[in-house]
Ligand binder design. Structure first.
Ligand code: TZP
Ligand code: MG
Length: 210
């Protein structure tokens, strides 16, 4: 698994009229090193079309490609991995299906993080750190204190997510995060590349080097 600092998740509601691949091309130019396809509304055929296009783009640029929820689509397009929530397929089941592909799990409490590590997750999501409207079924913010707790407890890579913006990312980095994930702040920006470059600068200032 290639390590990362900046992980962008798709969110097409945030860029009406702009093409997904165009936006993600800009994100890659700005320094994004992982991309996740997260799409809760498209039918399977449409999802597969987007997954294929993103696989092609990410492969061309050496960027890791993860599919949210859909193990079958991840396998069909040969994505690098899948991202699961606490209520999706159990990790042990997912592992049987994806073999050595990357498996990431969202966590909201230290017990979930420890379990994910014990069960062989490759990375965990830690969030939502701040309030966010991007995720419909979102739990209460875990706050930066959970980021700090994970940084002190968990050995596998973790990525902070949820309401992370350029104006609050320093606080997350100070809590121990070296990997950041964002949806709206990246794909909703008029300057996707510039936002990504600014995130990378802040991560580097915080000591996150690959
Ligand atoms: N998981 C936890 S918070 C979140 C997801 C997918 C949404 C993050 O979106 P944003 O726009 O960066 O707050
Ligand atoms: Mg899910």
């Amino acid at each position: 698994m290639k390590d990362f600092r900046l992980y962008a998740i798709t969110g097409e509601n945030f860029h009406p009229g702009r093409d997904l691949i165009e936006v993600m091309t800009e994100a890659i130019a700005g320094g994004v090193d992982w991309i996740q396809l997260r799409d809760k509304t498209s039918a399977r055929e449409e999802l597969l079309r987007k997954a294929k296009a993103l696989r092609e783009l990410t492969r061309k640029h050496g960027v890791t490609f993860i599919v949210n929820d859909h193990i079958d689509i991840a396998l069909e397009v040969d994505a690098d991995g899948v991202h699961l929530g606490q209520n999706d397929v159990p990790l042990v089941e997912a592992r049987k299906r994806v073999g050595d592909k990357i498996i990431g799990i969202s966590t909201h409490a230290i017990g979930e993080a420890i379990l994910a590590e014990q069960q062989g997750a490759d990375y965990i999501g830690v969030g939502p750190v701040f309030p966010t409207k991007t995720k419909a079924d979102v739990v209460d913010p875990v706050t930066v204190s959970y980021v700090r707790e994970v940084a002190e407890t968990i050995r596998i890579p973790f990525v902070a997510i949820g309401g992370i913006k350029l104006h609050n990312v320093d606080e997350v980095i100070r809590a121990g995060a070296t990997r950041i994930c964002a949806v709206s702040e990246i794909v909703g920006s008029a300057d996707v590349r510039g936002v990504c470059q600014a995130f990378i600068r802040k991560l580097e200032q915080g000591g996150a080097h690959l």
